[in-house]
Design a protein around this ligand. Structure first.
Ligand code: MV4
Length: 507
């Protein structure tokens, strides 16, 4: 087993990996930027090294500084977490060339899946269904016109080097094709330094369902079932669940086998995820493979009972997977909410400040994967995701209720967060029916983000509450014990704000 691990990341995922290390008896080494000197991951790790200034281009994205830090600290292996350097082929290679163990897929597998047209070609060669379209970059608008006519409008232009939605353009009719192609090329060149663009038939109203896989170095590749990730805004997922309401056991088997085939085709090892579109008729299409641990991995952990981060470390140490496909059956339901420092009532504007009060939910079936504590400064240098709140319950309905209860228990003061937005989501009738697809959230945003009452309304409510408490006092109703109206438990149930007002009146 690896004896010490450097974690090339920050925030909640660094803490998640530190926890896995502690349980496996592995020494953990954190790295941090100047902005993160007092962050929890720095304190919780067994050792920590500064790797540079706050901007990630000068710290968490500096492969050379990170490999230096590994050497200095005597770490044997590097775990990249997600984001930052996790899917950079050159970094995986540099880690290996430095004689360190890379906790992730081989650089060659990252490369095979990194280019979308190459990944599509690989998929087609191995009988993995993809959306009808080309596997080669378009030469010119004439070629685009021909293939668009063949597949029929609407079509989708995609960047070959892309992923995550950059350089994508929906084209509804031929007259828009040329300008859309120009726009897609421009965006692709700016984002990836490569303006190659290809065409797919546009699938309307699908779900985004992904399959988690785990592969060891001995040729065993297993599917750990699906995650439903349709609730997203501008390609940022807000809620994920496992399993998916749209996936039957037989479809799970089919999608799982397909994902395993794609992983084998790429020579995949370690944890990875195949993304699919699932259309309204239950047909699924391979989109791309994410060659890293994903943010939403906990929902899979909760329904399979498999610790994905521990298995990443065991696989990197050469261990064999001890389970077989037939042993992996999802149990119950898990939901994750990504708690972000965003002002959801103001176009999801990032919110900054100091966390001056934090109260965390707990109780049955509740998991908090967080990166913040009281006193944490939330700035603009990194991603706005502060934490993930994850729940497990026997059924989807109970999991939604449990998530709602846990969100009610959560208090984060000092920055605006997505908590209220997530509460509204859990209350939404369409969400509760599971009636969701990739465009659902953006369609429903106006209702879900309706502005909070203005400060003046809150003041009026406070005054009303104080008057109410005063009225109760003047009635000669002591707060607590037995009154003329009988014992407390026989009084009509108070609303939360009436109770708060009464307690305030007691002070
Ligand atoms: C699509 C699609 C519809 N039809 N391809 C978005 C990012 C990239 N991974 C692929 N994406 C899509 N590809 C065809 N042929 C719709 C999307 C898409 C999407 C996919 C998954 C999750 C969220 C999405 C949001 C918008 C569009």
């Amino acid at each position: 087993m690896i004896s010490s691990l450097l974690i090339a990341n920050r925030g909640e995922i660094a803490l998640r990996i530190i926890r896995a290390c502690r349980e496996l008896g592995i020494r953990s080494v954190a790295v941090f930027s100047d902005a993160d000197a007092r962050s929890p991951h720095v304190r919780e790790a067994d050792d920590a090294l500064n790797i540079g200034p706050a901007p990630s281009t000068e710290s968490y994205l500096r492969g050379d500084s990170i490999i230096d830090a590994a050497r200095k600290s005597g770490a044997e292996a590097i775990h990249p977490g997600y984001g930052f350097l996790s899917e950079r082929e050159w970094f995986a290679r540099a880690v290996r060339d430095a004689g360190l163990v890379w906790v992730g897929p081989p650089a060659e597998a990252i490369a095979a899946m990194g280019n979308k047209t190459a990944a599509r070609t690989l998929a087609v060669q191995h009988g993995v269904p993809v959306v009808p379209g080309t596997t080669e970059a378009l030469k010119d608008v004439g070629a685009a016109r021909d293939v668009a006519k063949e597949y029929g409008y609407p079509v989708l232009l995609k960047a070959a080097a892309g992923g995550g939605g950059k350089g994508m353009r929906v084209v509804c009719e031929e007259s828009e094709l040329e300008s859309s192609l120009d726009a897609a090329r421009r965006e692709a060149r700016n984002a990836f330094g490569d303006d190659a663009v290809y065409v797919e038939k546009y699938i309307e109203g699908p779900r985004h369902v992904e399959i988690q896989i785990l592969a060891d170095t001995h040729g065993c590749v297993l599917s750990l079932g699906e995650r439903e990730c349709s609730v997203q805004r501008r390609h940022q997922k807000m809620v994920e669940e496992a399993p998916s309401i749209a996936v039957s056991p037989s479809l799970r088997g089919e999608m799982g086998e397909t994902a395993v085939r794609a992983a084998r085709a790429a020579g995949y090892v370690n944890a990875g995820t195949c993304e699919f579109l699932l259309d309204r008729d239950g047909r699924f299409y391979f989109l791309e493979m994410n060659t890293r641990l994903q943010v939403e991995h906990p929902v899979t952990e909760l329904v399979t009972g498999i610790d994905l981060v521990q298995w990443q470390l065991r696989i990197a140490s050469g261990e064999k997977l001890p389970f077989e496909q037939k042993d992996i059956v999802p149990h119950g339901w898990a939901i994750e909410c990504r708690i972000t420092s965003e002002d959801t009532a103001n176009g999801f504007l990032p919110s900054t400040g100091r966390i001056d009060y934090l109260h965390l939910p707990a109780g049955p079936g509740v998991r908090w994967d967080g990166g913040i504590e009281t006193g944490s400064e939330v700035g603009l240098h990194y991603d706005p995701m502060l934490a993930k709140l994850i729940v497990w319950a026997p059924t989807r309905e109970l999991a939604i209720e449990r998530m709602h209860r846990a969100l009610l228990e959560l208090t984060i003061d000092g920055v605006q967060t997505s908590r209220e937005f997530h509460l509204r989501l859990m209350e939404d009738p369409e969400f509760r029916r599971g009636d969701i697809e990739i465009q659902w959230l953006e369609r429903r945003l106006p209702e879900l983000t309706r502005v909070k009452p203005p400060p003046e309304a809150t003041k009026v409510a406070v005054v009303a509450a104080a008057l109410l408490a005063d009225r109760d006092r003047n009635r000669g109703a002591p707060q607590g014990g037995t009154t003329a109206a009988g014992p407390d438990r026989l009084r009509p149930r108070e609303s939360a704000w009436e109770r708060a007002a009464r307690l305030e009146g007691l002070r």
